[in-house]
Design a protein around this ligand. Structure first.
Ligand code: ZN
Length: 126
């Protein structure tokens, strides 16, 4: 059975999948995570991770900037996070398919904080 919540997620996901693909093409990277912050059905920030940041298994590298953090940085103003939705979509190299995207430990902590302290309403990973 599909819940209303799942339907909303699907709708959001389908809506922004196209956008993620366009962003991917512009960057011509390998596998890329593209993150969006959406508020009142408008994209208020978009960012992609830096090359190779999730390529070495554990998914964490101190040197790289992951999409989740990059998009908040791009937004600039934490107060804008209140009531917003953050979506992370992973686009695969070559096939440009959307793939499973899970936050690394560091980003999970960061996102928890964003929800707890800055009022980010929802986080969706592809
Ligand atoms: Zn991360």
């Amino acid at each position: 059975m599909i819940s209303i919540y799942t339907m909303c997620i699907d709708k959001l996901y389908n809506e922004y999948k196209e956008y993620a693909l366009k962003h991917y093409k512009r960057h011509s990277l390998g596998s890329v995570h593209v993150a969006f912050i959406i508020k009142h059905k408008k994209i208020i920030a978009v960012a992609a991770n830096k090359v190779g940041s999730r390529s070495n298994g554990s998914g964490y590298s101190a040197k790289s900037l992951h999409a989740e953090k990059a998009v908040v940085k791009a937004l600039g103003d934490m107060s804008q996070l209140r009531g917003a939705t953050l979506i992370v979509i992973r686009v695969m190299k070559g096939t440009q398919e959307i793939n499973y995207s899970a936050p690394c430990h560091s980003c999970q902590c960061f996102l928890d904080k964003a929800q707890r302290e800055w009022g980010l309403r929802r986080v969706i990973h592809s």
